[in-house]
Write a protein that binds this ligand. Structure first.
Ligand SMILES: [Zn+2]
Length: 300
């Protein structure tokens, strides 16, 4: 299907796709917000901008996951576009092997865990930002930065002319109903980001996966509910000390969550580890090594 430019206001548009790409546009120039999974997505972006007579001048990435920066390499190869990204996400974008390495607990990951859904083609980040600085100026565009960490260590929302590109801080209801285990690296910080989302006043919020929305409260509540569901389930199932593998296996069995690939296993396992680690920060669970197993138990 031929991609179309969907305008959100006079200066902001997006290309709808499994991973949306945003465009900040003025004087026939565009800053691209996230580039999709791969070179095919990048080529679609280029064709679309070309057909509208708009010249891309830079890429700004919300975070380093492959489906958000996977098109960077192609755009840099064809147009030498500068890439701007959060400071902690840069090493992962320049060395995507680190994503798989992190997911495999720091050990060299087997080949099956080094696929394009986990490792983007490497791109070079010319400029980094921290969200403390509040905004960044890119080719005359003043872009406001909304800190939304937790899903990844330094995920950042891109705010321009009343439109918020919120990356993966909010997942859709259908996704949450089906998968039950949203991927997060730091659940307490992700919870703070969801609270932050309640405070941001925007005309439209564009999640990476899904339709633009005028208000996000219902979806924020649904996303908080998804986190609470896992926390409560884990507390209910750790009266006796258990390993993450035991917990994940019973959860998937009880809740009928399909888990049959090495990628899915490590994504879910990492998310479970993030929930347990977050609950240990607030003394709801404790960890121990017993009979050479690393276990978690609720604090009674
Ligand atoms: Zn992501």
């Amino acid at each position: 299907m031929k991609p179309t430019l969907k305008w959100l206001n006079k200066e902001v548009a997006y290309m709808a796709a499994p991973v949306n790409t945003g465009f900040l546009i003025k004087n026939e120039k565009a800053v691209i917000v996230d580039t999709g999974l791969d070179k095919d997505h990048a080529k679609k972006i280029l064709r679309l901008l070309e057909s509208e007579g708009i010249r891309p001048v830079a890429i700004i990435n919300t975070h380093s996951h492959a489906d958000h920066c996977g098109g960077n390499a192609q755009l840099q190869k064809q147009l030498q576009l500068p890439v701007i990204a959060p400071v902690l996400e840069k090493p992962f974008m320049e060395n995507p092997y680190l994503e798989s390495l992190a997911l495999f607990g720091g050990a060299h990951p087997p080949a099956a865990l080094q696929n394009k859904f986990l490792q983007a083609k490497p791109s070079t980040v010319q400029e980094v930002f921290t969200t403390e600085q509040g905004s960044v100026v890119v080719d005359g565009f003043t872009i406001h930065l909304i800190p939304l960490p937790g899903h990844s260590m330094q995920q950042t929302g891109i705010f321009y002319e009343g439109i918020l590109f919120s990356a993966d801080v909010l997942l859709g209801k259908a996704y949450l109903d089906k998968h039950l285990i949203p991927f997060n690296a730091d659940v307490n910080r992700h919870r703070s980001s969801l609270e932050m989302m309640r405070e941001v006043s925007f005309d439209l919020c564009v999640p990476a996966h899904g339709e633009p929305m005028e208000q996000a409260m219902d979806l924020i509540n649904r996303n908080v509910e998804a986190l609470d569901f896992i926390d409560n389930w884990l507390l209910d199932h750790t009266h006796d000390a258990s390993t993450i593998d035991q917990l994940l296996s019973s959860f998937c069995h009880e809740q009928q969550v399909g888990l049959d690939t090495i990628s899915q296993y490590h994504l879910y396992r990492t998310a479970f580890a993030a929930h347990l680690s977050a609950m240990s920060e607030i003394n709801k669970v404790k960890h121990m090594v017993e009979e050479a197993c690393f276990k978690w138990q609720r604090v009674e």
